[in-house]
Design a protein around this ligand. Sequence first.
Ligand SMILES: Nc1nc2c(ncn2[C@@H]2O[C@H](COP(=O)(O)OP(=O)(O)OP(=O)(O)O)[C@@H](O)[C@H]2O)c(=O)[nH]1
Length: 825
Amino acid sequence: MWGLSIEATRSGSLAFTENMLLSLIVPFDHNPGVQQAKKQDFSKRKLTDLPPELFARAKQVESLDLQVNQLKQVSLISQLENLKELFLSWNKLSEFPLEIKELGCLEVLYLNQNSVECIPNGVFAMLGKLRRLNLSSNLLSELPSDLQKCVRLEFLNLSSNRLRDLQGALGLPKLRELYVDNNRLVELPAEVFLNTGLADFRAAGNPLRRPPEEVCAGGLKEVRSYFSQMGAGGQTQPAPRVKVMFLGSSMAGKSTLCRSLRAGHAVEVGVTDRTVGIDICEVKKQGVQMLFWDFAGQEEYYLTHHVFITPHAFVILAINLASYSISEPQSFKDNVSFWINNMMMRAPCSVVLPVGTHADQCPDAHLKEEDINRKAKAMLEDRRSKLEQRISNIKDKDDPTPFTKQLNRLYQLTTYNLTLLDVMLMDCTKPAEIEKLQEHILKHIYNKDLFPNLERTLPQSYQAAESSVRDLKRNKNTPEHGIVDINELKKHTLVKDLDTEDWHSILRYLHRIGIIVWYEEIEALRVKVFTKPSFLITLFKTVVRHDLVRCLEEIPHNILQKVNSLGRQRGAWVSNLKGKATLHNSAIAALAHRSLAQLDVAKDKSIMRALAGSTNKEGELVCLLRHFDICLPTTLASPLNPNAQEFDPGREWSPSRPSVPTLVNRDTAYLFPSYLKDAGVVSNMWGEDNMEDLRVTVYFLPEIPYGVFHRLIVRACSLYSTYWVGRDYFLLGYSSTLVLLRQGSEGEDQYIQIRCRRPAASADFRRSWDLILAVMWKLSELAEQWPGLFQITCSPCRQQGCLHDFQWSDIRNLGGLDIYKVYVP
Ligand SMILES: Nc1nc2c(ncn2[C@@H]2O[C@H](COP(=O)(O)OP(=O)(O)OP(=O)(O)O)[C@@H](O)[C@H]2O)c(=O)[nH]1
């Protein structure tokens, strides 16, 4: 069968249910007249009042669709006394229409996307038959207590309101779906989860303390486990803890700040002492436990940074004022906006404190401080107004309903947003200034508006597990790699009688807060935990580093022997890295042996073998790098990726199809797109662009996240054998069909373009287009890793005769399949 069929694996089954609802509920009637009267559709008519014809046979109406109108009230609706379903979504209701309480037969009520602030008591007590209630995207700050009378309620959507508690939603025995994301909830009630039939639940975007957001992120199963452990073993309130990340360009003064704060006095860092990867340490000050993460400023490390940037962090953005220039826009971009955008895209609700270092070397420090404050505020203001513009563009559409999900995301981004503090000037060489900075940081951390979920309530078992991990780390007998079998770790903790699922829930929580690292989704690492996350960074540093060529050149003979290689091979490794951005499997193993030789890891032969791999087995290091799309298996000859078979135009393509497992042999090598130097070969093969080329240009706001294009290359390689790759170009080939991927910019707009030659035979057209769509799917999957990325606009070419009808519909389908960020203008 021809054609790309994207399975709705991630699609909202809810949307389907809602669309199908009318036909499912209204019983089949052979008389079309009666059937018509039962089901009335007045949606999308710009109505400001209920239409008079509705009342002609008022008692017969059972289902009424009034979505997407301009209704501010629904007077006389109580005349429809047999109404079972009422759809009032996307109207202009600011007050709850009290007449609705007269509709005692109502089973379905949709009032989402209005501006209702309050629902008085006395309404739901009369609506005992209600099964589905959607109140999302309103302005509700509390629920009426008589909502509990709706004992038949199965579906309750309260997302995107201003709710502070869920007391009104307790005691609903039939509830199966509950959505409360984007509210102001601090606690969730245990009763909703324990011994209930709840099957689907969402609570993201709330300042939660009980359970903490890191538990909620694991979904319903983990929330249940949390409450049941709380009931079984009691609860505790651990000391407040914050992850403090030091970010900024190279030589900005991050390590100086980090080490000085840790020591409590000014520490001098040598000019040649560059951070490689990330340094992690724990500091306790005035009752707050701070996890300091010092990120390296050199560009080579940005690629792995995003893996470790987590939400709700306090970010110290170091800016070297001595090298900052007010008159050069690029200076603001490199030193400030790049980092702020990065945080907004990856951790949209973090708090950023810009620290202007080297103030002592800068007579005009105050001018620069002012300039940075002004430009940074303008940048956030610009983002805010773009978001508002997007929201109003969607709301002004004749039919905004397909964009509901996007709209909710946009609302979330406007309310739950990055906080940028004023620049603080620093001379890092002065102890008094370090002290001042420490006070400043603590003052902000204790500000409940900035860190509403600093305090958390945890089951005793969670706390006990965390303490055990800390003890283990402190224990001198624990090896430096800190890798522990998950069952061994359980034995070390004081929580032995937990069942496996509950134990895994604890591990996931500890992973999310950064105490351990557990990649259960990587087959080779499923039963292992990194109790020392910094070791993982040490591992990444083995191959992701600015001086990799030198490291390869310096591999000594004794290490070469460990991986069965000679100096001749080392020479080839260097030239392949320089010329093809490719590292041989044995080269990675040798690098791992070398960089871990100084650590006690080398003594543990089995751990070492597992990490570094061998000629016929992929090492865990490579598994990790592949997991984060940093490299892909290849051969040193063309085609680059002979294993890739995911896309077969003769068969249906589905994004859920598992990729082909990698066979490792003596020739296996890995391509690291980030080490590619130029794109000459690709552009030579492709030649000039043609006006008739099929193409889709994907624009990103605020910008393309760092590394997305290279990760896209890695993912797209699983579709079909590649022909060649370059730094900003990539050519994917299936027989005579070539698909070009290119990243570029037009003024301020950054884009990735996917291009394909217009086939001569129309029979081949579909195949080319399917390849483009498969790449787009990969791109949209990737984009989900940057939750604050607020717009991706896909714009297919529009030349006459080039855009077929199915192109539009396919892209719309992609957009409809839960890829909220894909937006077709
Ligand atoms: N005079 C002066 N020197 C500073 C100040 N802050 C940092 N330095 C020096 O600037 C140099 C770079 O500082 P680092 O802290 O290593 O910079 P970094 O941001 O960690 O750099 P990377 O490791 O490349 O990411 C060091 O030699 C510091 O001693 C300051 O406020 N005044």
